[in-house]
Design a protein. Structure first.
Ligand code: KDG
Ligand code: MG
Length: 402
């Protein structure tokens, strides 16, 4: 079953997405997400200029072989651009394989390990009252797990909190915006947020929080300790994870569970974190971590150490990635939770899909393959529109992790 056509579709139905569409000689098509927020065209070029010419004519059934052909064959390994491009090919091949078999993808991944996939919502408020209102709205929608971000007194903007009434979307048109950050202000404020949320909503709700890589290890340890009374489901990305051993220091001081890995692109990024049990959830996802094939290996390593999955699922991961993630999450035994940040209506129209949300859980549906397609005519009505992630500086002007 030869691959006869491979096309990269770049579209901006509200935000930019890069999608790979493969077609076989029998006319079966498969989709893969290749979106790398703020660096989209680098992946489109990597696919168009370097991988797709070698993909045409290959046997679509040889998923594992194709993965290694592009990973080892490049000589230059890993990195978000390479791994997103390989992920798109891998995901599209799994889509094709499942369509040919006539089954939803999760059936090829071992079948369902659970009835549905627990997802968490985003609730963002400019201040404590706003955060409480946002959590109440997510509860009304049926979510059982909610990530809460809140404006920090004294800081004009912060990660996760929209400036206006629009849903939060970090990539902005024009030049990158600049945020100002104070770890001191954040560390003082953040326990007050979760104290208030537990007082308002009780013990049952799963509460999550994203530190977004901003603290030093000892600051992160302090925050984890200060949040212990509020029993978070997880504290995410408390410190940048390039230095995996940094998490030893956090672990020595706090039992607040830790989630890490949305920027990871290979099993080597998380190897030490997992093997030393320095984290509880691994957030690597299909699009940025080499596709279904590689993510399954990360999950298998994690399973040995009782680390569970918690795949990234922000809006910059397209509905194609969300579908793939739901098939993965439904099937993998050590699933923990899946992030769910709903796409805009225009994005959902460009990517008609079978997955559903009900009562705090999602299901990928029973359509053969991934259960997501792209309306190419509609996609063409939304040309690429460059957008940038913000840059973060501390209050004295020093560039800091965003
Ligand atoms: O592109 C960057 C976003 O996906 C990221 O900032 C979102 O941290 C994020 C999250 O947890 O969803
Ligand atoms: Mg995050």
């Amino acid at each position: 079953m030869r691959i006869t056509d491979a096309r990269v579709i770049v579209t901006c139905p509200g935000r930019n997405f890069v999608t790979l569409k493969l077609t076989t000689e029998d006319g079966v098509t498969g989709l893969g997400d290749a979106t790398l927020n703020g660096r989209e065209l680098a992946v489109a070029s990597y696919l168009n200029d370097h991988l797709l010419p070698l993909l045409i004519g290959r046997d679509a059934r040889r998923i594992e072989d194709t993965w290694h052909y592009f990973y080892k064959g490049a000589y230059w390994r890993r990195g978000p651009v390479t791994m997103s491009a390989i992920a798109a090919i891998d995901t599209a091949l799994w889509d094709i394989k499942a369509k040919v078999a006539g089954v939803p993808l999760y059936q090829l991944l071992g079948g369902a390990s659970r009835d549905a996939v627990l997802v968490y919502a985003h609730a963002n408020g400019p201040d404590l009252d706003g955060a409480v209102r946002a959590v109440a709205s997510s509860l009304d929608l049926g979510y059982k797990a909610i990530r809460v971000q809140c404006g920090i007194p004294g800081l004009s903007s912060t990660y996760g909190v929209p400036r206006g009434l629009q849903p939060y979307e970090p990539a902005e048109k024009g030049a990158p915006s600049e945020h100002r950050w104070s770890s001191e202000a954040y560390i003082t404020f953040i326990p007050k947020l979760f104290e208030r949320l537990r007082a308002e909503f009780g013990d049952e709700l799963h509460l999550l929080h994203d530190v977004h890589h901003r603290l030093t290890p000892i600051e992160a340890a302090r925050v984890g300790k200060s949040l212990e009374p509020y029993r978070l489901f997880w504290m995410e990305d408390p410190t940048p994870a390039e230095l995996q051993e940094a998490f030893r220091l956090i672990r020595r001081h706090t039992v607040t569970p830790i989630a890490v890995g949305e920027v990871f692109n290979s099993i080597f990024d998380c190897q030490q974190l997992v093997q030393e049990q320095l984290v509880d959830y691994i957030r690597a996802t299909v699009v940025h971590a080499g596709g279904i094939t590689h993510l399954r290996k990360i999950a298998a390593l994690a399973e040995l150490y009782q680390v569970r999955t918690g795949c990234h699922g922000a809006t910059d991961l397209s509905p194609v990635c969300m579908a793939a993630s739901l098939h993965f999450g439904l099937s993998v035994h050590n699933f923990g939770i899946q992030e769910h940040m709903p796409h805009t209506a225009e994005t959902d129209r460009v990517f008609p899909h079978e997955y559903t949300f009900q009562d705090g859980y999602m299901h990928p549906g029973e359509a053969p393959g991934l259960g997501v397609e792209i309306d190419e005519e509609l996609a063409a009505e939304y040309p690429y529109d460059p957008a940038w992630l913000p840059v973060n500086r501390t209050v004295d002007g020093t560039v800091h992790s965003w």
